[in-house]
Design a protein around this ligand. Structure first.
Ligand SMILES: Nc1nc2c(ncn2[C@@H]2O[C@H](COP(=O)(O)OP(=O)(O)OP(=O)(O)O)[C@@H](O)[C@H]2O)c(=O)[nH]1
Ligand SMILES: [Zn+2]
Length: 353
């Protein structure tokens, strides 16, 4: 256990309930069983408005070992922050799809991938139920996804194929699992973490997923280190990026943009001349469809906002000012972490609808 000279301890918040935080203390020795304390938040943190989230790295003071209690004295700076689900320090998203039952739909997979990429976290792709298709079909799917810029891991929870490999990807990281309904996410979590006890194959009433249960975010500890959070099943995630950002969420196009650039800096890669993106790559049609959505969404937002929202007030000196169109600089502006990480929020909202 890491103990600071003044008796402080370091740990990770696994769950928040009412005003209590379940904190897993860091242990140096893997043989020692993880140690949990139920903690409160120091008044000083409340006063400065410092929230404590699931996933936060925290400093614990005054541990009471017999009562398994402690107090959170400080929160270390967050590396990442998802707002819905509210989880700090997530490293990656594990996208789970099935090769069959339900059938693998390229358009739906593409949507999930773009949504996941928009968080700017690492994206892992597991294709479950590989027991249901031949090795030849798996190879075809694999070749196709390689061209999309992804190397999928074929697994079968039923036949315990490649589960160790999947576990390796997750070790010592904080991972959020996502994917459509019925692909085997709960089955995978249960096989990775037997004590998680998620109910499998029920349409409603699942732990933390049912319509009528209170949203409860919890990180489950993986046996070989690392933490895993479940997300509710959802079928069509909403894309909420801007038209300019969209293209960057297709890994197979990033290469084209790395070696060349379009004639127009605000090119949306539809019918503009001298465009390096337009071409015969498989998901170009998906790109065009998602782009239409993003444009429609942006137009709607502009209409709701101030009518002068696409104009900015420019000072002309001597107290005078005048409206001018805003420059299209968004494409080269890196989107703020917060905006990117809000992308997963819809997964939660939609499942609650
Ligand atoms: N053939 C086969 N069936 C599987 C496999 N993994 C899970 N299943 C079955 O697929 C069904 C759905 O599994 P779940 O784990 O509930 O799927 P889920 O992704 O958690 O579904 P939601 O909770 O609706 O999001 C269950 O009947 C499982 O028994 C597998 O590897 N092969
Ligand atoms: Zn272009």
């Amino acid at each position: 256990m890491k103990v600071f000279p003044d008796g402080q301890l370091l740990g990770t918040v696994l769950a928040v309930q009412a005003n209590f935080y379940k904190v897993q203390l860091d242990v140096d020795d893997k043989e020692i069983n993880a140690c949990f304390l139920l903690c409160t938040r120091r008044t000083r943190l409340k006063k400065i408005g410092q929230q404590v989230m699931v996933g936060d790295r925290v400093v614990i003071e005054e541990p009471d070992w017999s009562g398994r209690r402690g107090a959170i004295a400080d929160v270390l700076p967050r590396q990442t922050q998802l707002d819905r689900p509210p989880i700090a320090n997530t490293n990656q998203i594990l996208l789970v799809f099935a090769v069959a039952e339900p059938p693998l739909e390229p358009y739906q997979l593409s949507r999930f991938l773009v949504k996941a990429e928009s968080t700017e976290l690492d994206v892992l792709l597991c294709l479950n139920k590989s027991d249901l298709v031949s090795p030849e079909v798996q190879q075809q799917i694999c070749d196709r996804l390689l061209a999309w810029g992804y190397r999928p891991l074929f697994i079968s929870v039923k036949n315990q194929i490649n589960i160790d490999q999947a576990a390796k990807y997750l070790s010592n990281k904080i991972t959020v699992i996502a994917g459509p309904s019925g692909v085997g996410k709960s089955s995978l979590i249960n096989t990775l973490i037997p004590h998680a006890n998620l109910r499998v194959g029920e349409v409603s009433g699942k732990l933390a997923r049912g319509r009528h249960t209170t949203r409860h975010v919890e990180l489950f500890e993986l046996p070989h280190g690392g933490l895993l959070a479940d997300t509710p099943g959802f079928n069509q995630p909403d894309l909420d990026c801007t038209p300019e950002e969209l293209v960057y969420y297709f890994p197979e196009v990033k290469e084209r943009l790395a070696v060349g650039s379009c004639r127009f800096s605000d090119c949306l890669h539809r019918d503009e001349p001298d465009c390096v993106v337009r071409g015969d790559w498989e998901r170009y049609q998906h790109y065009l469809e998602f782009l239409d959505e993003a444009i429609a969404r942006q137009t709607q937002l502009h209409q709701q906002a101030d009518p002068e929202s696409n104009m900015k007030l420019k000072s002309k000196g001597k107290g005078q000012s005048q409206y001018e169109p805003k420059l299209e600089s968004k494409k080269y502006r890196r989107v703020s972490r917060k905006t990117q990480l809000q992308a997963l929020q819809d997964l939660y909202q939609e499942s609650e609808d």
